[in-house]
Write a protein that binds this ligand. Structure first.
Ligand code: ZN
Length: 209
């Protein structure tokens, strides 16, 4: 029986594949996607960073802000770690609409709306940490956003949980501590790593562990 946990190298890959298979058939009517990354300031306390991030998401999505502006959306939350700044909890979003004009408007609205939502919750978010862009390569955007926690980081100054596990297995003492923190965090309770709405509603039900 697979454990289906986010930090399991085997299950993480399977979850990514099943999510992609679930959402791909629902995207045929779209020719573009807005890819958005949202984040807060990093923290040395993973549990705190997670709950702050969830609060910002709730404020951000409040009053149907997202649902009213899109035909469908998908969110995947991830975390990386850097020695200097600690845990960087962030979300990757995919936003769909048939009308390219609506998508272009979203690209300009999203970062500002995220920052305002964070500030309304007394949380720190800077313009540097948010990025919105339109793409015509929907398959690649879906692949990137559903990649999960265990792929290697593209940046040398940040480690994904996968990087942390590999360096723990190679005997790293600091990585052992970080891995223990991650294991405690992921087993403490079920967390909503992904969510979806509109035409993508229901695609993430099976995988939130
Ligand atoms: Zn597993």
């Amino acid at each position: 029986m697979p454990c289906r946990r986010r930090v399991c190298p085997w299950c993480s890959r399977r979850v990514a594949a099943s999510t992609r298979d679930g959402i791909a058939p629902r995207l045929r009517q779209f020719s573009d996607v807005v890819q958005f990354t949202s984040s807060l300031e990093s923290s040395h306390d993973l549990t705190q960073a997670w709950s702050d991030h969830q609060r910002a998401i709730s404020r951000f999505s409040r009053n149907g802000w997202l649902t009213g502006r899109t035909a469908g959306w998908f969110r995947a939350t991830e975390t990386t770690h850097s020695a200097d700044h600690g845990w960087h909890v962030h979300s990757h979003w995919l936003l769909f609409h048939e009308n390219a004009l609506e998508l272009r408007r979203l690209v300009s609205e999203l970062p500002q709306h995220w920052i305002q939502s964070a500030h309304a919750e007394a949380l720190s978010a800077s313009t540097r940490g948010q990025h919105a862009a339109m793409s015509a390569d929907i398959a690649e955007s879906v692949r990137y956003v559903t990649k999960g926690l265990m792929e290697p980081s593209r940046r040398t100054d940040r480690q994904t949980p996968g990087d942390i596990l590999r360096s723990f297995q190679a005997g790293g003492a600091e990585a052992a501590e970080l891995w223990a923190e991650l294991e405690g965090f992921t087993t403490a309770k079920r967390r909503r790593w992904t969510a979806s709405g509109g035409c993508l509603r229901g695609t993430t039900r099976i995988e939130n562990r």
